[in-house]
Every structure is written in structure tokens, then in C-alpha cells.
Design a protein. Structure first.
Length: 388
């Protein structure tokens, strides 16, 4: 049984909390590159803290603290210029590293700007997503996950939405392999209401889950990437075609989790096309789709009355803003959840002892391509990515 104290330590994401300190050891997507353009910066929130992201006129990305170093005016209303961002209040300008470039209300010979800086954070753009790191220096490397680098024979859709609940609920959902056969019985009729045979294999990045469903000749393989992402193949009835997917589940704060999706739909013409929008079968158009807690689109009437793409959110939000694990009853079929929680405990302990948690890469020679072999019965083939 998980105690109330353990649940509190695991779920809270603020600084100086066990969970928050562990989560700050990783890179996280915070927005889409397509939304960081022009003269307007973008406010983002990560692990209970606010930041401002901008791209200067030279194309350089920056992420800084939310309030100006002068008199704490909000930098989200700043003006992006060729070499930095200018505060709306008194015109102080800062570059992407937080260095003050101008204090225009001061005398021309003032050297105040040389003594002023704003806190800035490492950022990088990969696969149309802007990743940020807000933990202790030095920052680790961003792992080369296959869908971040694959650029051939596919259309890549990058989009996102939110779950109005704590991050750990969404992470454990990725480790809960048996929910597919019931919660998603409608979109996956080939496995509906069947008891699968499931094998879990612990990997450096997290867990691999291999599922064999009675009556299906081939298996299904998906991966959980610690601390809370996952890679999987999908072929829901409404999608019209099989595809490969990755979800980065990002803790915005204690009560909200942002989901950044990468979906690769195969092409036959050899081309690669990137789109910052939802796939064509979805009615909710993005790149970002706003969700309202407890409001779900109707559908899948033979089963739960909620459309396929809202079913996970329906359950996770229904567990509460922060799920109380001290009241649950785990079963033998929850083995994936139990394995994930052991990894979580180990990683929390590692950070408390001054070591890296699971999945951190610092040596460039060890940061090779990470392929997952995800597949869905006979409907998808494993994605093969050629190293650059």
C-alpha cells in the first residue's frame, strides 16, 4: 500500500519537493516552435513555475524568468527584436542568455546594463517542439528518441492537449497495459474484453510491454519512457491508417499535465512532411487543443459513451486532481504499475543521494539513437530509423 506521505512526495512538482527535484533533471517540451515567432513572446509554465520563451530576429531561442530584472514587469508583454527581448515598462532589453543589452532611460555613459542580468534557461528545438531544462547545471543531453529524428517516408504531426490532473496519473496510465482491452474496447475491437498475456522488460529508458491477445497471431509492443512519456503504435478504427506515436507528458503544475504528441503516418512517395497540427481524422484542430475538465465528446456508444480520444482523460481526471493511492486495491494484473513505481522510488532515492535518476544521458558517445520496436499486431511494422 502507498502511504499518504509517499503519495505526497511522488506527486508534488515544486522546487524542494522530492518529485519536483527529480523531474527537474530532465528536458521537457514547453511549446511548439511554430508558436514562437515574430515580435510576441510566449508565456509557458513548467513544474509549477512560469517562464517566457522567445525567438529573436536572428532565429535564436531563449527562455527567461517571467519578470523583468528592473521593476518586475511581465516579460510576456515584451517586444522581440533582432538581438533580444525588450521590456514593455522601461525598455530594458535582454538577449537569449539573459544578458542586459540596453537600459535606455539611463544616461548614455551608464554601465548599469553590465551589472544586470535575468535568469535564462537552456532551450533547443527538435521535431517542431521547444525543449527546456530548468534543473541544476550542467544540463544532461536530450536523448535521441527515434521519433525526434525520423525524417523519411512519413507525415509528422506535432500537436498537444492537456489532462486536468497530476502528472503521475498519466504516467501510470502508460504502464497499465490491460486498460486497452476495456477502456479502448470500441476503437480496438480485435482485443475488446479479452484477457491478454503481458510481459514487461525493464530497459535503461524505462519499460517495454509486449502483449499477446487471444485470437491474434502477432503481438503488440509499446514502451514507457521514464519518467512519464511513452512510445506506441496505434490503429484506432477512426484513424483510417496505422501510425507510430510518442507522447511527452509534461507536468505544468501539481494539477495539470500537458501532452505533446508526435504522430508519424507512413507515406509511399518517399517524402517527409512536417505539420504542427492535429492529424486529419481529429475534429479538434491544433497544434494546441484546449480541454475542459469533466467535459468529454460523446461517442463509442456501445461501450462508455465517450469518444475514443477522450477516454484516457475521462478516467484520469475522474481519479481526482491528485489521485490518492492510499485508497486503491492493486491486483496481479497491475504488474506494470508496480514496476513503474519501483523505478520511481529508485529514481527519487538517487536524486536525494546526489545521483542521476533513470534515463539521464551525459556522455555524447552514449547518446545514440533510441529505437523502440513498437508495433501493433499485424497492423504496423516496427519503425526503422537510419542514423544520420
Amino acid at each position: 500500500m502507498i502511504t499518504t506521505e509517499e503519495n505526497e512526495a511522488w506527486t508534488r512538482v515544486g522546487r524542494d519537493t522530492p518529485g519536483g527535484e527529480m523531474l527537474r533533471r530532465y528536458w521537457w517540451p514547453v511549446t511548439f516552435g511554430s508558436l514562437v515567432q515574430g515580435k510576441r513572446p510566449k508565456k509557458v509554465r513548467l513544474l509549477g513555475e512560469d517562464f517566457v520563451v522567445f525567438r529573436d530576429g536572428r532565429g535564436r531561442l531563449g527562455m527567461i524568468e517571467p519578470n523583468c530584472a528592473h521593476r518586475r514587469a511581465p516579460m510576456e508583454y515584451g517586444r522581440v527584436e533582432e538581438d533580444g527581448i525588450r521590456c514593455c515598462y522601461h525598455g530594458w532589453k535582454f538577449d537569449t542568455a539573459g544578458k542586459c543589452l540596453e537600459t535606455p532611460c539611463e544616461e548614455p555613459d551608464s554601465n548599469l546594463k553590465d551589472r544586470v542580468a535575468m535568469k535564462a534557461y537552456p532551450v533547443q528545438e527538435v521535431a517542431g517542439l521547444v525543449f527546456a531544462y530548468i534543473g541544476d547545471s550542467p544540463a544532461p543531453l536530450l536523448p535521441k528518441y527515434d521519433l525526434l529524428v525520423h525524417e523519411a517516408n512519413a507525415t509528422r504531426y506535432v500537436y498537444g492537449n492537456a489532462n486536468n490532473c497530476n502528472w503521475l496519473q498519466t504516467a501510470e496510465n502508460a504502464a497499465d497495459a490491460t486498460h486497452i482491452n476495456w477502456l479502448h474496447a470500441g476503437p480496438y475491437p480485435m482485443s475488446a474484453a479479452k484477457r491478454p498475456k503481458i510481459e514487461f522488460d525493464q530497459r535503461e529508458y524505462g519499460l517495454d510491454c509486449t502483449t499477446l491477445v487471444p485470437g491474434m497471431e502477432n503481438d503488440k509492443c509499446s514502451s514507457l519512457i521514464f519518467p512519464c512519456h511513452n512510445r506506441f503504435a496505434s490503429a484506432r478504427t477512426e484513424q483510417g491508417s496505422a501510425r507510430q506515436n510518442m507522447i511527452f507528458r509534461v507536468p505544468e503544475d501539481d494539477d495539470k499535465t500537458l501532452n505533446f504528441f508526435i504522430t508519424l503516418v507512413p507515406r509511399t512517395d518517399g517524402k517527409f512532411v512536417h505539420k504542427s497540427e492535429t492529424p486529419p481524422e481529429r475534429k479538434d484542430k491544433g497544434p494546441w487543443v484546449e480541454n475542459t475538465r469533466f467535459v468529454y465528446a460523446p461517442g463509442d456508444e456501445d461501450w462508455w459513451g465517450v469518444t475514443s480520444t477522450d477516454q484516457d482523460r475521462m478516467v484520469l481526471e475522474g481519479q481526482g486532481l491528485i489521485y490518492d493511492r492510499s485508497t486503491e486495491t492493486l491486483a496481479a494484473s497491475d504488474r506494470g504499475v508496480a514496476m513503474y513505481r519501483r523505478m520511481l522510488k529508485e529514481s527519487l532515492a538517487s536524486v536525494a543521494e546526489g545521483r542521476d535518476p533513470r534515463g539521464i544521458v551525459r556522455d555524447p558517445e552514449k547518446n545514440g539513437l533510441v529505437e523502440f520496436g513498437t508495433r501493433l499486431f499485424t497492423l504496423t511494422r516496427e519503425l526503422q530509423v537510419e542514423s544520420a
